[in-house]
Design a protein around this ligand. Structure first.
Ligand code: HEC
Length: 226
């Protein structure tokens, strides 16, 4: 478990404690049960323009590049170059991406088509790679809680990056980029290409048998093969 996640949990813990204290404070001053919170009001209508697929291509994916491109290593002829935020402009760009992700992912809560009309994804043929938009929709409708959990998971990474920008913490940015990758993939595996879950396991096993190494899909430094 990363330091970031541990800190997140502690923060939640403190939040819950604060709530408990204020609730018990209330009930000691009056015996009446507290009024339920008013339902959340929006300031206006939310009307989608594009499908989930287009929202991904034109907003979520470009936003994520602000984070993915901010940290890493590149091999050049002169050797390995570390990429990391150095200037205020670099940190500002990262904050832009984190904000776009944290706020933008909530647009997935607005019911919208999964793909443009007539686009069936790679869902036809004998061994389809992707679910059709109708299959994705049916999956979501069977379990909207899971869909919202995937949305919140991505939003949490956005919040994590915003926090990292405040502290200019390069080390934790590595973790955050990894968490972001996981948040994207875990939704895609659940809703877009679930067949890959089995395929990836199979590939992992083959790699392990071949080389004695684990497939590295999350850009963490893997131990040298024995
Ligand atoms: C809550 C679920 C969810 C999360 C989180 C999510 N995606 Fe997606 N994404 C989808 C679904 C569903 C599709 C497939 C839509 C379709 O093709 O019908 C998709 C499709 C895509 C596509 C394909 C677009 C195209 O033109 O074919 C890209 C690229 C993409 N996502 C990138 C990302 C990135 C990057 C992240 C993380 C920063 C991310 N997604 C997070 C649900 C999600």
């Amino acid at each position: 478990m990363s330091g970031v996640r541990v800190r997140g949990l502690i923060k939640i813990g403190i939040g819950v404690l604060g709530m408990a204290v204020s609730i018990s404070g209330c009930s000691s001053s009056s015996k009446a049960s507290p009024a339920p919170p008013p339902p959340q009001q929006l300031w206006g209508d939310l009307k989608p323009i594009v499908s989930v697929k287009e929202l991904m291509r034109d907003m979520i994916d470009p936003a994520s590049d602000y984070v993915f491109d901010a940290i890493g290593t590149v091999d050049t002829k002169e050797g390995t170059v570390e990429i990391q935020p150095r200037t205020q402009a670099d940190w500002d760009r990262l904050r832009t991406g984190a904000t776009m992700l944290a706020e933008g992912i909530y647009l997935l809560k607005v019911p919208r088509p999964f793909a443009p009309a007539g686009d069936e994804n790679n869902s036809t043929g004998p061994d389809p790679e992707e679910l059709s938009p109708a299959q994705i929709k049916a999956k979501l409708e069977r379990d909207p809680v899971l869909w919202n959990a995937k949305i919140e998971a991505l939003r949490n990474v956005g919040l994590e990056v915003l926090d990292i920008v405040k502290r200019k913490d390069v080390k934790e940015l590595w973790d955050a980029a990894e968490n972001l990758d996981e948040a994207c993939e875990s939704c895609h595996i659940a809703y877009w290409y679930p067949g890959d879950a089995a395929l990836l396991k199979r590939l992992d096993r083959q790699l392990l048998e071949l080389n004695g190494v684990r497939a590295d899909r999350h850009r963490t430094p893997s131990p040298a093969p024995k």
